[in-house]
Ligand binder design. Sequence first.
Ligand code: SF4
Ligand code: SF4
Ligand code: SF4
Length: 316
Amino acid sequence: MEQKLRQEAKALLEQGKVDWIIGFEPGSLKFTTTPLITKDKNDADRLVINPFIVNNLADFLPEIKGRVGIVAKGCDSRSIVSLIQDNKVVREDVVILAVPCPGIIDLSKVERLVGKDRDELDDVTREGDKVIIKVNGKKKEFPVTEVLFDHCLACELPTPQEYDILLGEPRPPAPNLEVSGKDIENLKGLTPEQRWEFWGNELSRCIRCYACRNVCPACYCQRCFVEETEPQWVMPVPRWQDNLLFQIVRNIHVAGRCTDCGECERVCPVNIPLRSLTREMYDMVDELFHFKAGMDKEALPLMTHYEQEEAEDFFR
Ligand code: SF4
Ligand code: SF4
Ligand code: SF4
């Protein structure tokens, strides 16, 4: 898959079919990758596909001028479709290099599983449904489901539906909602008072770095409501109450555009379980409006149309 990607990316640049390629290259730390954005065909050989290609690269698309070849996993392709529906990206300006995605490994889960820091791990590889972790020269084997990101366990579209070049054999979806939604179900089991306390505690750690907003392809406003001063919706000091308001409003703003790509939770430097909010909103949108972002490019964006029968369900 990696070789095919490199060949295709080089050819696209050489033939002038795109101005830019956006993909992944190895990161500076072990078991990491980092986005590669290049115009140079010789950089194509730096492109990688491995179990650590975490970023949703669709986030870069609205900012890049020119035609772009972009590496996309299933969830990334849904974000691209959503951006096209919102007129933020022109379909003809994008060449989607589709990665049939077997799921991305969450290194925090690996660390917890073997009780070691990622720097102490010799190797982490995937073999089919197993993950092989080498520590101190010894191999340990676990079911891959124990180390995939929660949102990957819930994945409904591992292979992009919308693409120009398919880089491998399509993979069928096999979502395990019970496992991926465990934390959310636990939260639902609490009383409203306990949940209030839970989120108060979690959001008191928020340093308002806005990483969750900045990595989100659905958060593309030039000026976010948190930066408004007239009126000032949230105070600049990260008090938990303002942090909560930020997350509530952000969730409402991305409703119908969030693809459950998991990026906001992944990048949070203080490990706030943001997916418990975003996935719950995703499920509510599905339940109330029968809408899943980026699944159908012919569908009208959720917030731009209204159906008569929605009224009774919605205003309850
Ligand atoms: S949500 Fe699906 S497509 Fe996205 S990274 Fe996880 S398994 Fe891959
Ligand atoms: S990434 Fe985490 S710490 Fe930063 S603003 Fe978002 S919730 Fe707060
Ligand atoms: S809100 Fe989070 S999970 Fe949803 S699209 Fe944005 S980054 Fe992805």
